[in-house]
Design a protein around this ligand. Structure first.
Ligand SMILES: Cc1ncc(COP(=O)(O)O)c(C=O)c1O
Length: 449
């Protein structure tokens, strides 16, 4: 695309389109992808970029797969749409529900289809309330989350999101849905491990303060993703499971990022031998070829919600829930996962990526190298010895994104935390390319400090 056409499009974009997390000032020279294939994006600036975050953690099987185009085309031609409201159904969504249950935790039984991660969390919040209402405890209606957790941006999902940067202009949050903060601390500690985000005592204190008889559920990402990739200590989720059981509170695993192989297991709490009560899914269920999400419920929750008197219906609905085309694409996508052993590949490539990143520890301004499976991160630090951050004006994260982009890699930062989650199809050679770019870019920007 020539520059005149690019400029014309950007002006039109600025004139009308309000993007997610928007301010015009940040959108003067957006990257425009012309086409994409495998792990690579080919931009209108003439450059090829390795997609270091799989789109937004979702393009698991990589870009431009003809099998998925074919699956979508076949499904559209067969039956573009029939609704999934009660008394209508379709073959693809039936098979998908059974497939996802088969792949997930042994205690899972029920599926509700959504269109996004935010909707999956909304659905689980409502389902948790519905469950307790069925149990004769409608006053158990609060949802407790964690600081630095990200759960989406509809009003309830935003309220659960423990990053205060998302609230200004949109208050009030939903009062009954909130992150458990460390007493005396602000909700956002800047995305650092010590900010209280992975602190079991915060959850216990919040449940006790509210009274367990008012709490429906705790929601947690197995690995905090958008917050900066924070895997938990190995015993954290077993403890959280015990806390939830002790206080009779449901455990919602927000696996919108970690679901479907990202951590080297199909679902991330398998790492810790823990079964949640509810799971929120989206992203890799279709590898981003078409929007779709899902929630999974344990046998106990599924049977309670569906076992009511016929006069008590689960009156929750989305027009596109169980969309036959999205479901057909999801089924074909999961077939690719199995045919190409992508979960095993995520584990192997994740080990390679993490051990490569650990070499950066030698740099005096890199610390907290971390990861689980094929999602990794590290922090730029002024002084790793004391875990001291750079002043905000240093803009280390933004500088680093510029440095990797010049070398052909795209990913994201949260403040000074850099995160990577490449497509699950990545080869060993492509991971080496990522590591070379990251090492060279770290050297460049830390040399200027
Ligand atoms: C853990 C988690 N939950 C929920 C969401 C929200 O998903 P969506 O943007 O599809 O609404 C995200 C998005 O990144 C996420 O990472």
């Amino acid at each position: 695309m020539d520059d005149a056409r690019y400029q014309e499009l950007v002006q039109k974009d600025l004139a009308h389109w309000v993007h997610p997390q928007y301010h015009k000032a940040d959108h003067q020279a957006p990257l425009m992808v012309d086409h994409a294939e495998g792990v690579y994006l080919y931009a209108t600036d003439g450059n090829r970029y390795l997609d270091g975050l799989s789109g937004l953690w979702n393009a698991a099987v990589g870009h431009g797969r003809p099998e998925l185009a074919q699956a979508a085309s076949d499904a559209i031609q067969r039956n573009t749409f029939t609704n999934s409201y009660v008394s209508f159904t379709n073959e693809a969504a039936i098979e998908l529900a059974a497939k996802v249950i088969d792949l997930s935790y042994d205690n899972m039984q029920g599926v509700y289809f959504t269109n996004s991660g935010s909707e999956s969390n909304e659905t689980n919040f409502k389902a948790a309330r519905f469950y307790w209402t069925c149990k004769g405890k409608p006053e158990k209606n609060k949802i407790i989350s964690r600081v630095e957790g990200y759960h989406g941006n509809t009003l309830a999902a935003m309220s659960a999101t423990g990053m205060s940067v998302f609230y200004p202009g949109f208050r009030p949050t939903v009062a009954e849905i909130f992150p458990a903060t460390t007493p005396g601390a602000t909700p956002t500690g800047g995305g650092r491990i010590d900010s209280g985000n992975i602190n079991i005592d915060n959850i216990v204190a919040a449940i006790e303060q509210e009274g367990a008889d008012t709490v429906a559920a705790v929601i947690a990402e197995p690995v905090q993703g958008a917050g900066g990739v924070y895997p938990p200590p190995p015993d954290y989720f077993a403890q959280l499971r015990d806390v939830c059981d002790r206080y009779e509170v449901l455990l919602i695993a927000d696996e919108v990022i970690t679901g479907f192989g990202r951590t080297g297991k199909w679902f991330a709490l398998e790492h810790f031998d823990v079964q949640p009560d509810m799971v929120s899914l989206a992203k890799a269920i279709t590898s981003a070829y078409i929007p779709m999400g899902a929630t999974l419920w344990s046998k106990e929750i599924h049977e309670t919600i569906t076992g009511t008197d016929p006069s008590v219906k689960f009156m929750h609905a989305y027009t596109n829930s169980g969309h036959p085309v999205a479901a057909a694409v999801a089924l074909r996508n999961l077939q690719i996962f199995e045919d190409e052993n992508l979960v095993e590949n995520a584990a192997a490539r994740g080990d390679q990526l993490l051990s490569g990143l650990q070499r950066l520890d030698e740099n005096p301004h890199v610390g907290n190298v971390r990861g689980l499976g094929f999602m990794c991160g590290f922090d730029f630090l002024q002084d790793p010895e004391t875990d001291t951050a750079f002043p905000v004006e240093a803009k280390m994260g933004a500088k680093f994104l510029g440095a990797i982009k010049r070398r052909g890699l795209i990913s994201r930062v949260r403040n000074d935390a850099f995160v990577l989650a490449p497509p699950l199809i990545s080869t060993a050679e492509q991971v080496d390319d990522i590591l070379t770019i990251v090492e060279d870019s770290v050297r460049e920007i830390t040399a200027e400090v």
